[in-house]
Design a protein. Structure first.
Length: 299
């Protein structure tokens, strides 16, 4: 089928139709940058042709060179047969206006935390310039650390990960954004070996429970298992963060953690903590905020 497509299809429109059909026929899971076959097909084609990602219409009837068709179709075939997330095929993932290099050494960025940096935290951080030191736990590709550097121009940022592979990817992104002097990449397990205190700590730690890990779609099996599962109930890493965060926060310092679908389990485990659940594009049950004083029971 793919050989025939390379011979008979000629325009972007042809390739788009063929790709959408193949994606739908394969029953792919969409959750790594788009949520439907058409949008993912359009992105894959435009990216491969080095065309603006928001300008499909002007190019729909453009004829493609043979090698362009073959390059697109080779990626479509891998997406269909191997269920590889499209971000790994293009080595690119977007969060808002930021794009990042990614490969299978890191999970594909999709944290809601990026939506909450800056203005969304003004009830707790009155001015962005008040953040002088910040910490990104489980930084992965470095995407949140880089966006923190953008929102908090006075901040020096420590970006921590247990995976050396992930830190190699993060280093690519930090260099791409010219932030080597402001973002320190640190190989350690959560807070182990860290010194000093921070005005803001964010974390998108592993949080998938054991039952859900076993049922993940094939696309997620290409991501590092270390970055997904966290014990039987998915809260092992979060427990450690809650245990230690207060001593690494400055007075009035803020902790921001994403925990997936574990809100009910977390609240039942820590009835004494006054979690603030922040509104994101996915709802208000995925990211919690606590201040240093709340973690210490002082307010």
């Amino acid at each position: 089928m793919f050989t025939q497509a390379a011979q008979e299809l000629s325009t972007v429109r042809d390739l788009l139709r063929f790709t959408v059909s193949r994606f739908n026929d394969a029953g792919l899971f969409f959750g790594h940058g788009s949520d439907n076959a058409h949008d993912e097909a359009a992105y894959l084609i435009l990216h491969t042709l080095n065309l603006p990602l928001d300008s499909l219409e002007p190019y729909l009837d453009a004829k493609l060179l043979q090698h362009e068709k073959e390059e697109i179709l080779s990626l479509v075939k891998r997406r269909v047969t191997e269920h590889i997330p499209v971000a790994y095929l293009t080595n690119q993932a977007w969060q808002g206006d930021f794009d990042f290099y990614v490969d299978e050494r890191v999970i594909v960025p999709r944290s809601f935390i990026y939506e909450l940096l800056g203005d969304a935290l003004t009830p707790w951080i009155e001015h962005d310039e008040l953040v002088h030191r910040a910490l990104d736990l489980c930084t992965g590709s470095g995407c949140l650390a880089i966006q923190m550097a953008h929102h908090y121009p006075a901040a020096e940022i420590d970006a921590v990960d247990l995976s050396l592979d992930a830190l190699e990817v993060a280093a690519v992104n930090v260099e791409e954004y010219g932030l080597e002097s402001r973002i320190n990449l640190i190989h350690t397990d959560l807070f182990e070996g860290l010194e000093g205190t921070y005005d803001l700590i964010v974390s998108n730690p592993p949080y998938v429970d054991a039952e859900s890990v076993a049922e993940l779609p094939d696309e997620y099996l290409h991501e590092p298992e270390l970055a997904l599962g966290s014990g039987e109930d998915g809260l092992d890493a979060t427990r450690e963060i809650l245990l230690q965060a207060a001593k690494f926060l400055n007075p009035r310092g803020v902790l921001l953690v994403e925990i997936g679908h574990n809100r009910d389990v977390l609240e039942a485990a820590y009835p004494e903590l006054p979690f603030t659940w922040l509104e994101t594009s996915g709802g208000d049950g995925f990211v919690f905020l606590l201040t240093r004083e709340q973690l210490l029971g002082e307010e």
